[in-house]
Design a protein around this ligand. Sequence first.
Ligand SMILES: *[C@@H]1O[C@H](CO)[C@@H](O)[C@H](O)[C@H]1NC(C)=O
Ligand SMILES: *[C@@H]1O[C@H](CO)[C@@H](O)[C@H](O)[C@H]1NC(C)=O
Ligand SMILES: *[C@@H]1O[C@H](CO)[C@@H](O)[C@H](O)[C@H]1NC(C)=O
Length: 466
Amino acid sequence: MTSKPQTHVVIVSSPGVGHLVCDLELGNRLVADHNVHVTFFVVVESNSSAGESDLIQSARTQKLLDIIELPPVDISDKVEPNSPIFTRLTTIMRETNPILRSAISSLNPSPTALFVDIFGTPALDVADEFHMLKYVFVTSALPLALILYVPVLDKEVEGEYVVQKEPLRLPGCMPVRPADVVDPLLNRTKLEYRVFLQVGLEMRQSDGVLVNTWEDLDTTTLKAMREQEGYGSLAVYAVGPLVRPVKPSGLKCKLLDWLDEQPVESVIYISFGSAGVLSAQQITELAWGLELSRKSFIWVLRPPIKDKGGNALDYLPDGFLERTHNLGLVVTQWAPQSEILGHKSIGGFLSHCGWNSSLESILNGVPMIAWPLYAEQKMNATMLAEELGVAVRPKIAPTKGIVGREEIEMMVRKVMGDQEGMAMRARVKELKDSGEKACAEGGSSFNALTQLVKQCEMNLQRQKVK
Ligand SMILES: *[C@@H]1O[C@H](CO)[C@@H](O)[C@H](O)[C@H]1NC(C)=O
Ligand SMILES: *[C@@H]1O[C@H](CO)[C@@H](O)[C@H](O)[C@H]1NC(C)=O
Ligand SMILES: *[C@@H]1O[C@H](CO)[C@@H](O)[C@H](O)[C@H]1NC(C)=O
């Protein structure tokens, strides 16, 4: 009996650890669940982080993917050193095309499809040369809708988006408040805006987009992109949640030991991600808010921006640590977030709303206080609070001003247990279950990948004809 030839696809992962995590998981699923052969190209920056090499190393030991690192390219004569992210990363990807082209031409058997992440759309040109199908993999649905729709907004909206009186209308989706737009849309005269627009246009030329979400999580937005006009009539595949499986690490640390001793769902975890910092005044208010709430906490605290490298503890109110020593822990080093969020004693998460963290929270059934620190996180916060009902958020955007201690106290109490809080908890647990079902055999995300792989198989026939 001869088995049918294995479908071979290429994933190209742009620089940055966040994308790498998701791109690797996509590759792993294609191999493990759908018997696809995946060549995985990693594009690195010359100053890439240790996190990236660790991830690549551990993926290599898993042996599911053929991982090939592409050498860093020099873009110093193309863009300013401090260029914003879309400008910088798409330039890197464009300049990597010759290397990618020759790397793909030497693959055997020839791959039938190319997958890139959001910064990788310049590489789609290379796919055309090899008659490969081309797909873009993005982290979440609403920003995808926005980026696909920007070419329309660009024609229809006059003047800056941020000064519009009315929310930006995306057909079928939650309207985007001018104050919530992603960074590249903040100023239409800038290069970053034109690059973002270009990415939207390039994406519209693809054979489809994959989104790291699932049908139940983003029902409205997915439906809108599929059925409404203006999004480019692309095939949209919801294939998530693709997250790194948390392996019981057996990690022993003071934090986890302490958590073991706390009652179920009694502790709120507070972290603003690896880069997130608060102002000195906001640290004070948060400390008072926590203390007033009388709820247990783990707080990953970093010094304020103006004192990078300083001692974060200096910014706590006098006597805070003494008064709360039975209540919680303040951590100034790295904390094992996945283990913490997965711990049964955690009942809430005060989060900066990075998509990664938000997914992690949902997949552990933990409701949130949504505390966005950057523009692109504001849409996450809105979606978590208003569309999904799994988060509370402060009345004033933390990017715009100081959230006061009384409001913090109130939000902590809410998320940790009042009636509204219980409803959020029930809702987030439902979502957790539906996410697990989506990825299991026969679930919506599993089936979406099956469909996709079928397209890739069929393309092999077409390539042979050409
Ligand atoms: C996303 O989560 C992974 C762990 O699952 C972490 O290593 C990575 O740094 C996170 N990315 C971002 C952008 O926070
Ligand atoms: C956009 O940037 C230009 C200069 O690059 C500046 O003059 C203008 O005020 C900015 N507009 C907004 C809305 O920030
Ligand atoms: C959520 O925030 C992340 C940055 O942490 C961003 O990349 C992503 O596009 C945001 N998603 C939504 C739905 O706004």
